[in-house]
Design a protein around this ligand. Structure first.
Ligand code: RIB
Length: 307
């Protein structure tokens, strides 16, 4: 595989604050370090792949507002092609309210805005880009019928599909059988398979369910438990790197961008997972979403120094 990566997905502005601990229902607590970051799983994954050296474009939508102009500008400054990002005059740019606690764990509320107004016909209008790309990456922060349209176009044109099913929702077997690389985290894998993923054995059981539904390669990211891959009757697990976690936001996005860019360079699936684990380990040592994603030289240094 080599070539262009097309991301179809969400573009948000993240409003993030830090707290010592998450508030209980009905409780008011103090926070600190409020920041406005570029975010959205689609935008983050596009930038993560571009920072690893990938050629990337994104199909998505922002509102006709300052947040939308900021989000597009932040993508362009990273070399991501935004010519197929629609400016929607009827909805605001998507936003995410993010709280990060003292252990680096986050909770996220996403208000979809323009992301939620993406229709299959908007994707259809960008068919040429999906058809001519070497890899399509989708998540589930835009309507499922729009994601399905993108995956159908990819299948019709022989473009391999990577689906990050986040946030998880029930998906038709037809759609999953057109997915070449399914990359959920342990929570999404559990929600979609009905198997609680707590260790490698349960991750393998969940992956089997996805294979039964027609997905060829399954990569499950498991936070501090590392990551596993199941493909062609083979399973492999890697431990997580031992780093000081300050913010887990965009760890999965970083993994996916690095994984995709590595596949495009011709690395094997297992090599691509290894690179992705290093990239996401760096991401969790920093605050923010897009702003925490490593560049290629940082990942290469970690791959030498941490071994
Ligand atoms: O994966 C992290 C992202 O999820 C954040 O940037 C936020 O915008 C939500 O989409």
């Amino acid at each position: 595989m080599s070539g262009h990566i097309c991301v179809v997905g969400s573009l948000n502005i993240d409003i993030a604050a830090r707290v010592e601990r998450m508030p209980a229902p009905g409780e008011t607590i103090g926070g600190f370090d409020m920041k406005i970051h570029p975010g959205g799983k689609g935008g983050n994954q596009a930038v993560a792949a571009a920072r690893m050296g990938g050629s990337v474009s994104i199909i998505g939508a922002v509102g006709n507002d300052d947040f939308g102009r900021m989000r597009k500008g932040w993508l362009e400054s990273e070399g991501v092609d935004t010519s197929l990002v629609r400016v929607d005059g009827s909805a605001p740019t998507g936003t995410a309210l993010i709280t990060v606690d003292g252990s680096g764990q986050n909770s996220i509320i996403v208000i979809p805005g323009a992301n939620g107004a993406i229709r299959p016909e908007h994707i259809e209008a960008a068919r040429h880009r999906i058809a001519s790309s070497a890899l399509l990456i989708c998540q589930l922060e835009i309507p499922v019928d729009a994601v399905s349209a993108a995956i159908r176009i990819a299948a019709e044109n022989g473009t391999p599909v990577l689906l990050n099913p986040a946030p998880a929702c029930p998906l038709e077997r037809d759609l999953l059988s057109s997915v070449d690389f399914l990359v959920p985290n342990e929570i999404e894998a559990a929600q979609m398979s009905g198997i609680e993923v707590t260790d490698v054995d349960s991750a393998v059981a969940a992956a089997e369910k996805f294979h039964d539904m027609g997905t060829r390669n399954v990569v499950i990211t498991m936070g501090s438990r590392g990551a596993m891959i199941s493909h062609a009757g083979r399973v492999r697990h890697w431990n997580a790197h031992n780093v000081k976690v300050v913010d887990t936001t965009a760890a999965g996005d970083s993994f996916i961008g690095a994984f995709a860019a590595s596949l495009m360079e011709g690395r094997s699936l297992e090599e691509a997972v290894e690179v992705a684990i290093f990239a996401s380990a760096i991401t969790v040592t920093r605050h923010g979403a897009q702003s925490s994603l490593p560049i290629r030289s940082e990942v290469e240094e970690a791959m030498v120094e941490w071994r």
